[in-house]
Design a binder for this molecule. Structure first.
Ligand code: NAP
Length: 481
């Protein structure tokens, strides 16, 4: 269930938010501490509620905005209880005693210095139906640890990791027995709290339970990733009981370790800068991942994490739609993870690959490791009247630097197939220059869709992935931007 938090300074603004939240929320938290003491028209707020209400008046010592006295605060909470608010949120050290059947007992640690198990012990000591702890986390591994702790509690427990690395605790809360998760209608009430419309879109009205499977994207930074929007849309469309989250981490190995004991974690995507580290953290590697030393997909297989590289397969899948790859000439630009995947896959498909990179020492090394030719700097990749693929696997041209291209228009002619792996934006300068010279083009978004489909097949099986078309996926990726 989604609980929308309303943090407004006037009764009229609170009422407006109640109306706004009702279509998307299952219940609504009214944060009365945001309204100056004595100014909230409690009777009207409760009379106008279209959803059950959690009434909160957070004390400043717990990170709240309340400016009145403790007596005023307790009186307001008691009045809300007597007027029939469905739930009252009381801090762990609050003096007020109310019917525990309607109490959420909560504790907050914005500095992230308290131990979660000690916070839980102080919550357990209070009579309540639901307990909630919120502490700042700096890595997704701490978010998974909080979820694991909550899952072991006897009482329904909402364990929130505040900050962007904690977003998994919000998206996956009910997997650990939480009765609801919080989202913001209006200003976020805590760091990392998702907006109600975002949470609602990602959930798409699905109920998250202990049986819901979990997946996520490992990276840093990772907030820009379109994968959560895409994958959750797929799960909703085909009725898969799974939720996909962002996992911002410095240490992908520790996130894999934290998820290992929970069979509900079925897999991960891996993005910059962790593709090589993730390869070392897997128990086993599939051939493309082994050959490239880079993993962009992790899949549970029994007791093992198996690393795959779906970028490699995606490169050949999308190019083979335009040209036979056996014997094809390819000028490959770049020597990073995407270039390694492309070099390996194209060579395996029988193409003749020449690699170009800005950094000669790195380019030569990668070319030799992957058994392709070294072609010199990027500018050396010039058109020569022969049919040839020019594949950009550098990050040049990626937003925000959209005016840049790794090569000039002299790299292309009408015999060129220009392929850009950059997909933000979809229409890159590289593709524009190529088209101007009469070249055919293949965009990075086609590759993104292809590698996402391969991921779905690995996590859920081919029969599941086949239930969505490439066109549908393409529209969702565009929509997710
Ligand atoms: P990476 O490992 O960081 O490699 C980046 C490459 O770009 C290196 O070869 C680097 O050259 C080169 N480069 C960066 N800035 C440059 C500049 N200003 N001038 C010249 N060369 C420059 O990144 P990656 O993982 O390979 O990703 C590369 C691109 O592919 C990204 O845009 C990524 O989003 C995209 N990608 C797309 C898909 C998809 O599904 N469409 C999948 C994977 C990756 P040096 O060797 O000189 O550092």
């Amino acid at each position: 269930m989604i609980c929308a938090t309303v943090l407004e300074a006037t009764t009229s603004a609170v009422l407006a938010r109640l109306g706004e939240a009702a279509p998307l929320a299952d219940l609504i938290e009214v944060r009365a501490d945001a309204v100056p003491p004595g100014e909230l028209d409690l009777a009207t707020v409760l009379a106008r509620r279209a959803r059950p209400v959690i009434f909160t008046c957070r004390a400043a010592r717990e990170g709240g905005l309340w400016t009145g006295t403790e007596e005023q605060r307790l009186a307001l909470l008691k009045e809300a209880f007597e007027r029939g608010a469905e739930w009252i949120d009381l801090e762990w050290d609050c003096e007020l005693a109310l019917d525990p059947g309607r109490v959420v007992v909560s504790r907050h640690d914005f500095e992230g210095t308290l131990a979660a198990h000690e916070m839980l012990a102080s919550l357990r000591a209070r009579s309540a139906s639901v307990q909630k702890l919120a502490r700042t986390v700096s890595d997704a591994k701490e978010a998974l640890a909080l979820l694991a702790l909550a899952a072991r509690e006897e009482r329904p427990t909402i364990a929130i990791g505040m900050g962007a690395p904690g977003v998994a605790t919000r998206l996956l809360a009910e997997r650990s027995g939480a009765p609801w998760t919080y989202a913001a209608v209006g200003a976020p009430a805590a760091p990392g709290q998702l907006a109600l419309d975002v949470m609602s879109r990602l959930r798409a009205r699905r109920r998250v339970t202990r049986a819901t499977r979990a997946l996520g994207v490992l990276g840093k930074p990772v907030a820009h990733s379109r994968s959560p929007a895409l994958m959750n849309a797929v799960f909703a469309a085909i009725g898969i009981d799974a939720v996909y989250t962002w996992l911002e981490t410095e240490d992908p190995a520790s996130v894999l370790a934290a998820a290992h004991g929970d069979p509900g974690w079925v897999g991960f995507s891996v993005t910059i800068p962790h593709k090589e580290t993730a390869a070392r953290a897997c128990h086993r590697l599939a051939p493309a991942a082994r050959a490239t030393g880079a993993v962009n997909t992790v899949v549970r297989s029994g007791d093992e994490w198996v690393g795959h590289n779906t970028d490699a397969l995606a490169v050949t899948t999308v190019l083979a739609r335009s040209v036979p790859l056996e014997g094809a000439k390819v000028a490959l630009l770049g020597a990073g993870g995407a270039a390694r995947a492309a070099a390996w896959a194209l060579r395996e498909a029988g193409a003749k690959v020449t690699l170009h990179d800005r950094t000669e020492e790195r380019g030569r090394r990668v070319a030799s490791e992957l058994g392709v030719a070294w072609g010199g700097p990027l500018a050396a990749a010039r058109a020569s009247g022969e049919e040839r693929i020019v594949a950009n696997a550098t990050s040049v041209g990626m937003a925000p630097d959209v005016a840049a291209s790794p090569v000039g228009d002299d790299a292309f002619d009408e015999k060129t197939i220009a392929f850009d792996m950059v997909y933000t934006p979809e229409e890159t300068r590289f593709l524009e220059l190529a088209r101007r010279r009469g070249a055919r083009t293949v965009s990075g978004i086609e590759m993104f869709v292809s590698q996402a489909r391969a991921q779905l097949e690995l996590w859920l099986g081919k029969h599941v992935a086949q239930r969505v078309s490439d066109e549908w996926l393409l529209q969702r990726v565009r929509h997710a931007s």
